[in-house]
Design a protein around this ligand. Structure first.
Ligand code: F0G
Length: 351
């Protein structure tokens, strides 16, 4: 049987590394592409979700972190820094721990999910809360990395996008060709840029016969690409994409326009409803930000924009276990308690 060796070893000839490099890996990538039957029939297309919550720290960031941290080690640096809405910091903390590096993370105070906070803490990162939003955290760490011997591992680091492009390779490898449309959430806009690079490279290499249209989805309260300019006070229940000033602005616009795609916004209610449907109908528990593409797909279908029979892949970026509080909010969480008794079990189940 084939044993997955992490994205750098699996796609070495398409990445800026070679076999002699010391590769820092936790076995990331190789994530499942799962058919969403009910959503497919509802929108009249073949819909698959790429479940990036299956990565070692529970998000797609691990693809970019294996490559970023491998390069940091190659460069001989000893400290890494990032700003984060929670997943980048969890991933940076884990890969830095594995490589024996110091990791410093700046997070917007009170605005990251508890599971992500726990990850940074248990992996031993130096955690700093900033009385500001993600965009302001990013400004600080950019300046820190310019003035001190600290390597920046946010997605403005080009090695991040190199690693993250491998998710596009995997989708083509899993489907046998590129999909007609690829959908994903857009926050700081690194991932949409990385996917477009990956799909283009595989088409140029002749592995796929075509490139997909890229459909990006933002939260309505944090949708700078939809309004057409950065916004000052982004707000959404999907804290992972609570971002107003995306760093990879031009690359994301290029991904949208060169592919003939679009970027739209969905409400927090639509995001939470799509999150619940993914869990209850597909069996995939994602965090709120990750449900944005499904909410966007349902909105596109309602607007008559989904081509009949199209193959559509949706990246669901992070694991729902990171943010159980949001997933359970507003639900009745009060399971019946019974004695150790089969009749009582049958009775409570109405059997
Ligand atoms: N989905 C999740 C779960 C994320 O954590 C992020 C970004 C995105 C989508 C958006 O990806 O920024 O490349 O457009 N999270 C970053 C972080 C900002 O700090 O963890 P993007």
């Amino acid at each position: 049987a084939h044993v997955w060796r992490g994205i750098i070893n699996e796609y070495l000839d398409l990445l800026p590394f070679d076999a002699a490099d010391r590769i820092v890996t936790l076995g990331e990538g190789g994530t499942p592409l799962i058919y969403a039957e009910k959503i497919s029939s509802e929108v009249g297309a073949e819909v698959f979700v790429k479940f990036e919550g299956m990565n070692p720290t529970g998000s797609f960031k691990d693809r970019g972190m294996t490559s970023a941290i491998t390069q940091v080690v190659k460069d001989g640096d000893h400290t890494v820094v990032c700003a984060s809405t929670g997943n980048t910091s969890a991933s940076a903390a884990a890969y830095a721990a594995h490589a024996g590096l110091r990791c410093v993370v700046m997070i917007p105070q009170g605005k990251i999910a508890a599971g992500k906070m726990a990850q940074a803490i248990v992996h031993g990162a130096d955690l700093v809360q900033v009385d500001g939003n993600f965009d302001e955290c990013l400004d600080i760490v950019r300046e820190l990395s310019e003035n001190y011997p600290i390597a920046l591992v946010n997605s403005v680091n080009p090695y991040r996008l190199q690693g993250q492009k491998t998710a596009a390779f995997e989708i083509v490898d899993q489907l046998g060709d590129a999909p007609d449309i690829h959908m994903l959430p857009v926050g700081n806009a690194g991932n949409i840029s990385a996917y477009w690079m990956g799909f283009k490279e595989y088409a140029d290499a002749g592995v796929s016969t075509r490139r997909p249209k890229i459909w990006g989805v933002q939260a309505a309260g944090a949708a700078p690409f939809v309004v057409g300019h950065p916004i000052k006070d982004p707000e959404t229940v999907a804290t992972a994409i609570r971002i107003g000033k995306p760093a990879s602005w031009d690359l994301a616009i290029a991904a949208r326009d060169e592919s003939g795609g679009w970027i739209r916004a969905v409400t927090d209610e639509a995001i939470l409803s799509a999150q619940a449907r993914l869990a209850a109908e597909v069996g995939v528990f994602v965090e709120p930000a990750s449900a944005a593409p499904i909410a966007g797909l349902l909105a596109a279908a309602a607007a008559g924009e989904v081509p009949r029979g199209a193959t559509i892949t949706c990246t669901v970026t992070g694991n729902g276990l990171k943010d159980t509080a949001t997933a359970l909010a507003g639900r009745e969480v009060n399971p019946a308690v019974i004695p150790v008794d089969v009749d009582a079990a049958a009775a409570v189940l109405g059997l």
